[in-house]
Design a protein around this ligand. Structure first.
Ligand SMILES: Cc1cc2nc3c(=O)[nH]c(=O)nc-3n(C[C@H](O)[C@H](O)[C@H](O)COP(=O)(O)OP(=O)(O)OC[C@H]3O[C@@H](n4cnc5c(N)ncnc54)[C@H](O)[C@@H]3O)c2cc1C
Length: 391
């Protein structure tokens, strides 16, 4: 049985960042990935500037498919496009982006074992025994970064409840760059009110448009049919393959640490409920879990209560925003026309949201400011509907 200091399960953004951080601090690190890289990942591939800022290296130019400087938001009959004149998000192909992050982990000294899936874990006093598709291992600490359907999580928390997951669909529709420029160019498109408790999006890539939709889990059939309508609306029902998957939405109710185990990224549920953004939190939590790993091994204390310092550090940085986002989502998506239909009409609101995407404004400040503006915006909307040309 081979041993290591830390076994990281899953080479998504959380796992590769964790492995890179652990290896850089001198720990013998093995990164297990069940698929062979580069592997497909159903995702919009939208990296907010806030997510880009979580990386401690520059992304190579050839990984960036588009830099988006504009946003187009729609609710019902209202459409508002704002050109910010500044980069808000970068678009990447997740297969290539994730592969690059895994190679960065290898460059830092981690051993990458591709095509090797974790089967089971057996925690012990001095280490954890792991059984994979290729053999048996021991690790002093395991970081579970194995996504929404995490196997490692079985040793830490109960399965997600239905209200802790969303159902998403994506379709990458091949498109010539000139056609993309004509349709949306460097614009991120967000359609609210299309599905209950969610939205539909279009992210422009180099040679494809990435369409997606996310909504409630119990509404999957409706989400599929609304997604087909959405593709048809944009004239993109070209028979592209639809890929479905789940996305977790944390409500900070479940533990993320057990003795010798930590969960990071989607496995921990660290996704923003309003936007569905998860890459930023995967990178941040992967890094923080690895930092706590190094501290635990140095202190010789791998207990759940010591490792829980990782959760506390993550929550100190992100909990308030993610909780406000939960609340904002519950209210705004419960009455999409009344709330989102009013907010998207305001240039100022949309511009401020871009500040959040760039990481320049906390979501809680955006939400508070929007709530304060809302009565005035609603009144203005009502008056506008009475006297359309004057206001
Ligand atoms: C449709 C959709 C669109 C999205 N769009 C965006 C977006 O545009 N921007 C954004 O920021 N977020 C987006 N997200 C969220 C984002 O994709 C996730 O939050 C992010 O991928 C989480 O990273 P992760 O490393 O935790 O998990 P993942 O990226 O899911 O990686 C987990 C890895 O673990 C591996 N694995 C699983 N089980 C095992 C096992 N037993 N043994 C070994 N390896 C295993 C998997 O193969 C996988 O490579 C989207 C999500 C969905 C579903």
């Amino acid at each position: 049985m081979n041993g290591c200091d830390v076994a990281v399960i899953g080479a998504g953004p959380a796992g590769s960042t964790a492995a890179r951080t652990a290896a850089r601090s001198g720990l013998h690190t093995i990164l297990f990935e069940k698929q062979t890289l580069p592997r497909p990942k159903p995702c919009g591939g939208g990296l907010s500037l806030a997510a880009v800022n979580e990386l401690d290296f520059d992304l190579p130019e050839d990984l960036i498919e588009r830099c988006c400087t504009a946003i187009l938001v729609t609710e019902g009959a209202c459409t508002n496009r704002i050109e910010t004149g500044r980069e808000n998000a970068r678009m990447v192909d997740r297969a290539r982006f994730d592969h690059y992050l895994a190679l960065k982990a290898v460059e830092a000294g981690a051993e990458l074992r591709e095509g090797e899936a974790l089967h089971s874990l057996e925690p012990g006093d001095r280490h954890i025994k792991l059984e994979t598709t290729a053999g048996r291992w021991t690790a002093r600490i395991v970081i579970g970064a194995d996504g929404c359907t995490s196997r490692v999580a079985a040793g830490v928390r109960p399965k997600w409840r239905p209200d802790e997951r969303r159902f998403c669909l994506v379709a990458d529709v091949p498109c010539a760059p000139q056609e993309i420029d004509r349709l949306i160019g460097d614009t991120v498109v967000l359609h609210y009110g299309y599905v209950r408790h969610g939205y539909a999006w279009i992210f422009p890539k180099h040679e494809c448009l990435s369409f997606g939709i996310g909504g409630l889990l119990d509404n999957a059939a409706v989400t599929i049919s609304r997604f087909r309508d959405f593709l048809a609306l944009w004239g993109m029902d070209r028979g592209s393959r639809l890929r479905g998957c789940h996305i977790p939405i944390t409500r900070f109710r479940t533990p993320v640490c057990a003795d010798r185990i930590m969960l990071a990224g989607d496995a921990a549920g660290y996704v923003d409920s309003f936007s569905g953004e998860g890459i930023r939190y995967a990178i941040a939590s992967g890094r923080m879990a690895a930092e706590r790993t190094a501290a635990a091994l140095e202190a010789g204390n791998c207990s759940a209560s010591f490792l829980d310092g990782y959760r506390r550090a993550f929550e100190a940085a992100y909990r308030r925003d993610l909780r406000v986002s939960n609340l904002f989502t519950d209210v705004a998506f419960a009455w999409p026309n009344l709330i989102m239909g009013t907010l998207v009409r305001s240039d100022q609101v949309v511009r401020r949201y871009c500040h959040v995407v760039r990481g320049e404004l906390a979501f809680r400040d955006f939400a508070l400011w929007s709530a304060a503006c809302y009565p005035g915006l609603l009144l203005r909307r009502a008056l506008r509907s009475l006297v359309p040309t004057r206001l």
